[in-house]
Design a protein. Structure first.
Length: 436
């Protein structure tokens, strides 16, 4: 069969109906493909079921593209183009740099990935233009022209045996971990970029780093963690590029159960749920009044525990960690970011149960809020109230609150300082407000 492309929206599903492109198509029988699809389904990345009539596909919060046999699956986000780029720049602290290639107006199979790569290219070229970071590296060598300090111990032990003297010195070199990761990130981007001109520009920029004797390394999560520990005020300019490289590495490898897939994923899948959580976390911290304290994933203590006499395997108490805990005047509001348009898609029971537990963790009547993305300006709050069955008294409530992504993107556009700051504060405060 010839290759066929199936386009989905986030959380959309395709059944093997007679007029569906998945009708009569099945997974390849090789173990690697079977293992990959099983992992994707098990981890909730992309549910792929092989039925008698063909394949049933169900997308989640991951967007991008994936090739499986003769099938190319493209999952597109709701918000697209430069609106999405504004939100990405804000969430990950990227700079508003000039993109060197044309950006397609829609975000799909090619343009969403290339949009991120274009930003990485612009960040990398900005770093090269302003001068790469250099570190002092210790070097011990015998030199005809002494440099640094004489190595007196080596000289006393071996004596003068040639016209060269043993020296120790510390040259500033560009072959440090920051630049090595930058080079590896550019090479990774050149492998997965869809646009031919963009791939050519990435290779050219990578060659500039290699001519400055920056060596190649293997890029993985361990390397990124090591680099994070070396970041300081002198290397803060590398932060946007490193964040983008992390996105590309994770989205083209898909870390399942904490292990990076090998070989690399045949595609690119970006987790919009993690992005949405990061976006709202930064927006709340920066735009709520100063008397509000926002904590990410703060554990709720004292609600669940194993009794000592009924804990034979010595298990830890279940950890409850809402995405955000906002405290003001000793009162705490619990919020969770869920990247699913509940206005059009409905509320899954697992989300309701999770938020119900958060709400019940507070003194009656408790409240927990789901913040979800939407593009529908008509979307408004919905509430599920939890009652005591025997008495009929209300114990808690779960609020489903829409976050209009188009409006949020507009607020993040630079404008008159005082006016925009006030509008952002009002938007952030409405996310916490009591339901009207």
């Amino acid at each position: 069969m010839s290759e066929v492309t199936i386009r989905l929206r986030e959380w959309q599903s395709v059944a093997p109906d007679p007029d569906s492109p998945t009708h009569g198509r099945f997974l390849p029988q090789d173990p690697a493909t079977r293992s990959l699809t099983d992992s994707l389904s098990r981890e909730g990345v992309l549910d792929i079921q092989e039925l008698r009539r063909g394949l049933h596909l169900k997308a989640s919060s991951f967007v991008g593209f994936l090739s499986i046999g003769d099938l190319r699956i493209v999952i597109e986000p709701k918000i697209q183009g430069m609106q999405l780029m504004k939100l990405l720049r804000y969430a990950y602290g990227l700079r508003d740099l000039r993109l060197l290639t044309r950006v397609a107006p829609s975000v799909g199979e090619d343009s969403f990935l290339d949009l991120l790569i274009q930003q990485l290219l612009a960040e990398s070229q900005e770093l090269i233009a302003r001068g790469l970071h250099r570190r002092y590296e210790p070097v011990a060598a015998r030199l005809a022209t002494p440099r640094g300090r004489l190595d007196l111990q080596t000289l006393a032990r071996n004596g003068i045996i040639s016209a060269e003297l043993p020296c120790r010195y510390h040259p500033r070199v560009e072959d440090c971990l920051h630049n090595q990761v930058l080079l590896a990130g550019l090479r990774l981007a050149a492998e997965i970029a869809r646009d031919r001109d963009l791939r050519s520009e990435l290779r050219r920029t990578a060659s500039v780093l290699e001519t400055t004797t920056v060596s190649r390394i293997r890029l993985n999560a361990t390397t990124i963690d090591k680099l994070r520990r070396q970041m300081n005020r002198l290397t803060v300019a590398y932060e946007p590029a490193i964040s983008l490289i992390e996105i590309l590495l994770d989205s083209s490898g898909i870390s399942l159960q904490g292990v990076l897939q090998e070989p690399r994923l045949p595609g690119f899948l970006f987790d919009m749920n993690r992005f949405f959580q990061r976006l709202l976390g930064r927006f709340l911290r920066e735009n709520l009044p100063a008397d509000h304290q926002v904590l990410d994933e703060k554990a709720i203590k004292g609600m669940m525990a194993y009794p000592t006499e009924y804990n034979p395997r010595d298990c830890r108490a279940p950890a409850l960690k809402p995405d955000y805990s906002v405290t003001k005047d000793r009162k705490t509001l619990l919020l969770d970011a869920k990247y699913r348009d509940l206005w059009s898609e409905g509320l899954p029971r697992e989300m309701l149960y999770q938020l119900a537990i958060y709400a019940l963790s507070q003194k009656p009547p408790g409240r927990a809020t789901i913040l979800y993305p939407t593009m529908d300006s008509a979307a408004s709050d919905a509430i599920v109230r939890i009652y005591e069955p025997s008495s009929g008294n209300m114990r808690a409530e779960v609020v489903q609150r829409p976050v209009n992504l188009a409006r949020l993107a507009d607020l993040l556009t630079p404008g008159p300082g005082i006016i925009v700051a006030r509008q952002r504060q009002e938007f952030a405060s409405r996310l916490l407000a009591n339901p009207s």
